[in-house]
Design a protein. Structure first.
Length: 469
C-alpha cells in the first residue's frame, strides 16, 4: 500500500481540481496548490523508494499493475515534467490561454501516464492510455483562440480512436488464443501461435502510434505543432516517455519466439526513424517543427536499445536515455514558450538572441549540443550508453547507423546555434517581469541538468544507480 502513495496523492490532486475548477479560485492559488501536490508526489517517490523497490510483494503483485525499479524512475520523470508544466502556467502572463479546466485535465493526463507505465495487463494498459489521451485531446482543444489547436485535437482524436480499435482487436486475438491478457502469463509463451503474434503486432502498432515512430509519425508533426507550445513540451516529454514505458513493459517481457520477431521489427524501425527524422529536420526552418521532427530521430536511438536488449545493463541504458530525452525536450519547448509564447518561431526569429536573453541563448545552445551528443553533456552520456550497449549485444550495425545519424543532426542544430550568436535580428523580444523570472529559472535549470548529468554527478544518473543497480 505504501508503494501506491504517490498515486493516491495524484488521485487526491485530481479530485481537488474537479472541485476547484468550478470555483472562482485565483490562478496563482490554483497552480500553487497543484505545484505543491506534485512536489509531494515527487518527494514520495524518493522517500518510499525502498518500500517500492524492495517490497515483499511479488513482481506481478496483482496481475494488473507492477511497481518496481523501472516504473519508479519513469513515474518520477512524469512528476518532474508535470511540475515544469504547471510552473510554466503559473508564470505565464497571458490569461487568455489559462483555464482552470486545463489544470484538472493535466492532473488526469499525468495520472493516466503513470498508469500506462505501471500497468501489467493489456486491458488495464488501454484504460490508462485512454485516460491520458482523452485528457490530452481536451487540453489541446482548450486553446480556442487558435484554429490550429482545434484541428490538431480533432485529428489526434480521430487517429487515436482508429488505433485503439486495432489495439482492442489485438487484445481479442491474444485472449482468444491464450485465455489471458496478463503480461506475466504471456511472457511464458515459448512459441506463440501465428494469430497470437498478429494480435501482439496490432497492440505494438498502437504503441508505435503513441510514440510517433516510423510509419506512425505524420500525425505528430501536425498535432504537436498545432498545440500550444507549453502543451507540446508536456506531450513530447511526459507522454512520449510514458508511451515508451508501456512499450518496454509489453515487448521486453516476452521470451522465446517473441524476441527474434521484435528484434527485427525494432531494428527496421530504429534505422528508418533516424533517417526520416533527420530528413524532415534538415529541410525545416521552423524551430518548433525541428524539435518535433528531431524527436523521431531520438525515438530511433531508443529503438536501437530495444532491438539490442540483452539484460539489466541494456535496460539501464534505455531508461536513462528515455529520461534525459524527455526532460531535455521538455526544457526546449518550454524555453520556446517562455520566450515567444505560441508565435511561430523560425531560425531567423532567434537571431541575435544572445543579446536580448543571454541566459536563454546559452540554455538553447547547451540543449542543442546535448541533442547532438557533444562531450560533457547529458546527450553524449546517453548516446555512449545506447551505442556501447548495442555493440556489446552484437548489434554493431545499429550503433553505426546511430553514429551516422548523429553526424547528420549536427547541421540543423548548428543552424540554431549560429542564428543565436552570429546573426542579427530586427525583432525585439519584450517579456513581462514574471515571464523573465521564469525564463531565467528555466534556463538555469536546463543548463544545470544538461551539464551536471553530462559529467556524471546529476540526479537522474544517481537516482538510476540507486534504484536499478
Amino acid at each position: 500500500m505504501i508503494a501506491l502513495t504517490p498515486f493516491l496523492l495524484s488521485i487526491a490532486a485530481i479530485i481537488a481540481n474537479i472541485f476547484l475548477s468550478v470555483t472562482k479560485i485565483k490562478k496563482g492559488l490554483l497552480l500553487g496548490v497543484n505545484l505543491l501536490f506534485w512536489a509531494i508526489v515527487l518527494v514520495s517517490f524518493f522517500v518510499f523508494r525502498n518500500e517500492i523497490v524492495n517490497s515483499d510483494l511479488p513482481f506481478f503483485a496483482t496481475g494488473f499493475i507492477v511497481f518496481g525499479q523501472f516504473e519508479l524512475v519513469l513515474c518520477s520523470i512524469v512528476a518532474v515534467l508535470t511540475i515544469l508544466f504547471f510552473a510554466t502556467l503559473y508564470f505565464s502572463d497571458d490569461e487568455r490561454y489559462f483555464k482552470p479546466e486545463l489544470v484538472a485535465l493535466a492532473n488526469l493526463a499525468s495520472f493516466g501516464m503513470m498508469g500506462m507505465i505501471i500497468s501489467s495487463e493489456i486491458i488495464t494498459t488501454l484504460i490508462f492510455i485512454e485516460i491520458a489521451s482523452i485528457s490530452i485531446y481536451a487540453m489541446i482543444a482548450l486553446n480556442s483562440l487558435s484554429s490550429k489547436s482545434i484541428e490538431a485535437a480533432f485529428k489526434y482524436f480521430l487517429l487515436s480512436s482508429f488505433m485503439s480499435a486495432f489495439y482492442l482487436l489485438g487484445a481479442a486475438l491474444i485472449f482468444g488464443m491464450t485465455q489471458t491478457t496478463k503480461y506475466e502469463l504471456l511472457s511464458k509463451l515459448s512459441s506463440p501461435s501465428f494469430i497470437t503474434t498478429i494480435g501482439a503486432m496490432l497492440i505494438i502498432a498502437m504503441m508505435f502510434f503513441k510514440i510517433a515512430i516510423f510509419g506512425f509519425y505524420r500525425w505528430s508533426i501536425d498535432v504537436y505543432y498545432g498545440a500550444s507550445t507549453s502543451i507540446t513540451g508536456y506531450l513530447a516529454g511526459a507522454f512520449k516517455l510514458a508511451s515508451f514505458g508501456m512499450l518496454i513493459k509489453f515487448a521486453l517481457l516476452y521470451s522465446g519466439g517473441w524476441n527474434d520477431i521484435l528484434a527485427i521489427i525494432f531494428s527496421v524501425v530504429a534505422i528508418c526513424s533516424m533517417f526520416i527524422g533527420n530528413f524532415l529536420s534538415l529541410k525545416e526552418i521552423d524551430v518548433k517543427k525541428i524539435l518535433i521532427a528531431a524527436g523521431i530521430v531520438h525515438a530511433g536511438y531508443i529503438f536501437i536499445n530495444l532491438a539490442s536488449f540483452s539484460g539489466e545493463e541494456s535496460l539501464f541504458a534505455g531508461v536513462f536515455y528515455i529520461a534525459i530525452y524527455a526532460i531535455t525536450t521538455g526544457f526546449g519547448f518550454l524555453l520556446l514558450n517562455a520566450l515567444f509564447g505560441d508565435k511561430q518561431v523560425t531560425i531567423d526569429s532567434i537571431a541575435g538572441l544572445y543579446k536580448s536573453s543571454p541566459i536563454a541563448a546559452l540554455a538553447f545552445t547547451i540543449i542543442s549540443l546535448s541533442f547532438i551528443g557533444f562531450p560533457y553533456t547529458v546527450g553524449f552520456l546517453g548516446k555512449v550508453y545506447i551505442f556501447s550497449s548495442a555493440f556489446e549485444a552484437g548489434y554493431a550495425y545499429l550503433a553505426i547507423f546511430g553514429i551516422i545519424n548523429t553526424i547528420l543532426s549536427v547541421y540543423y542544430y548548428l543552424r540554431i546555434i549560429i542564428s543565436i550568436y552570429f546573426k542579427e535580428s530586427n525583432e525585439i523580444v519584450i517579456l513581462s517581469k514574471s515571464r523573465t523570472i521564469w525564463l531565467n529559472i528555466l534556463s538555469i535549470l536546463a543548463i544545470a541538468f544538461v551539464i551536471l548529468e553530462g559529467i556524471g554527478i546529476g540526479s537522474i544518473l544517481g537516482y538510476l544507480s540507486l534504484v536499478m543497480v
